[in-house]
Design a protein around this ligand. Structure first.
Ligand code: 8LE
Length: 469
């Protein structure tokens, strides 16, 4: 198979012909069953490698009575215990700075990325040069499938911090041979400059979070620039739900008059574009030969059948520095069987990742995802650009309040609009929501991942805990 070896070795000079649809046609279109056999063999290589080098993995597997040699099928592999992010964090705290799951000598680590550390201890990602190149090659390949070409100018409009999203997009675009424009995001006043620089540099491809794309469009308009006139032909995203949420996707596509591609799993399992779209449609493919994805039952971590919902569990097949072997995402998605109709024989997540299991809340027995509320609210033509979701506990019942900005300039009746929106929410969610209209620009905009849910119940729980003896 094309440049398929362990440890990975890519020809950095390779690039398909401009008109080619696939970067690696065989790897991308071979019968899924045949690929699975190669993946199984690779999983064994990766497990042997980690067993020999990582006290973290060896200890974990010994405790579970598993030796790499006992994995004879992909079904056997489901018995390998999942890794939780907390375990990585704890192991790293004990084995500074990269944890005992680092499988190369620390001197070999040439790039450091990390989690933001807004919740708990930040985790450092130590990446050797080989992995950095593999990620660049993998991302170039997925971006090629999005139709990005060397003649493009790719704007990286996510924070150029420890966040792997930005760097992953950067090195992918660079490897593909495109022109990369790392403008970043998150600095005060930067968005206005972004808009003007986009125009000036002739940006044709835009990478950021979906929330930030909408912000850029909003600021462009206040600057008197129609975002559709900026010349962007494609936008690709990662970091949060949005690019596969119909109304958000439509808003972005319409604003920029361009194609929208979803991508993204988790920084730990970079190449994170292994969940990446290959067409201008909602959903992502699971590029199994890069990172093997199993959509699993959250209770027992075995694969659910195609057609069902579950939580993705990821295994990197090309990482040598900090390989991830069955990393539990705690996100939620639904997967479908591979079909050559989609141009690549990979499983498909038709709605992308819809959110974190932890972010789901239950109001009167109904499971509700913030992204489902976003979808309804953002589909409304009178929606003013930002909202907040407040779950509060009045008496015994949980209640859902959505504070949404209303476009007052339309001159329509705000109260009637709020009632109408509440009706739409009830129809979709199955529970009533109170819609509180607020003025436009009431809420802060984000340059990164949106945080729209305010959970009043946690405040209540906290008060109770403090009251307890
Ligand atoms: C729905 C993938 C990357 C580097 O952009 C990223 O955000 O990684 P990070 O910071 O480790 O956050 C991972 C989490 O972001 C995932 O577990 C998931 O909850 C969310 N996420 C990332 N990409 C998407 C996403 N949720 N759709 C996406 N495309």
């Amino acid at each position: 198979m094309e440049q398929w070896s362990w440890p990975p070795r890519y020809d950095d000079d390779y690039r398909p012909a401009e008109g080619a649809k696939h970067w690696f046609p065989r790897r991308e279109t071979m019968p899924a069953r045949q690929r699975d056999e190669l993946i199984l063999a690779r999983i064994k290589d990766v497990m042997d490698y980690a067993w020999a080098r990582s006290p973290f993995y060896r200890g974990k597997w010994e405790e579970a009575g598993i030796h790499p040699s006992s994995i004879k099928s992909l079904a056997d592999f489901e018995k390998v215990p999942v890794v939780r992010k907390e375990e990585l964090r704890a192991d790293q705290a004990e084995n500074e700075p990269f944890g005992s799951y680092l499988c190369v000598p620390p001197e070999e680590v040439k790039h450091v990325n990390g989690t933001s550390g807004t919740t708990g201890r930040p985790t450092a990602f130590g990446i050797n040069e080989r992995d950095w190149r593999s990620v660049a090659n993998a991302h170039a390949r997925v971006m090629w499938a999005m139709g990005i070409r060397p003649s493009d100018t790719v704007l990286v409009a996510s924070p150029l911090t420890l966040y792997w999203g930005s760097w992953g997009a950067y090195i992918g675009a660079e490897r593909l041979g495109a022109r990369v424009f790392p403008f970043g995001a998150g600095v005060s006043g930067q968005t206005t400059r972004t808009v003007h620089w986009m125009k000036q540099m002739g940006v044709t491809v835009f990478y950021a979070t979906p929330s930030y794309a909408l912000r850029v469009a909003e600021v462009a308009r206040t600057e008197g620039i129609d975002p559709a006139e900026l010349g962007v032909r494609k936008l690709f995203f990662s970091g949060e739900p949005g690019a596969s949420v119909p109304s958000i996707r439509a808003r972005i596509a319409e604003a920029f008059d361009a194609e929208v591609y979803d991508s993204g799993s988790m920084a730990e399992v970079s190449p994170w574009m292994h969940l990446g779209a290959a067409a201008d449609e909602p959903g992502v493919l699971c590029w199994q030969d890069l990172v093997y994805t199993e959509v699993c039952d959250p209770a027992n971590h075995t694969r659910v059948d195609y057609g069902n919902e579950g939580t993705p569990v990821y295994t990197t097949l090309e990482r040598t520095s900090q390989p991830m072997i069955r990393l539990l995402s705690n996100d939620l998605t639904r997967w479908e069987a591979p079909s050559i109709e989609r141009g690549r024989t990979y499983p498909f997540l038709p709605r992308g990742i819809y959110g974190r299991i932890d972010d789901m809340f239950i109001v009167r027995g109904e499971n509700i995802y913030p992204s489902a509320i976003d979808d309804v609210v953002m589909a409304d033509p009178e929606y003013g650009g930002e909202h907040r979701i407040i779950i509060s506990r009045e008496s015994i019942m949980d209640t859902l309040v959505v504070k949404a900005e209303h476009r007052a300039e339309l001159g329509t009746d705000t109260r009637a609009w709020a009632d109408r929106l509440a009706g739409k929410l009830r129809a979709v969610l199955g529970v009533g929501a109170t819609v509180v209209p607020v003025e436009q620009n009431t809420f802060d905009r984000t340059a990164f991942k949106a945080r729209r849910v305010i959970d009043d119940r946690s405040m209540l729980h906290q008060l109770r805990a403090e009251e307890a003896p």
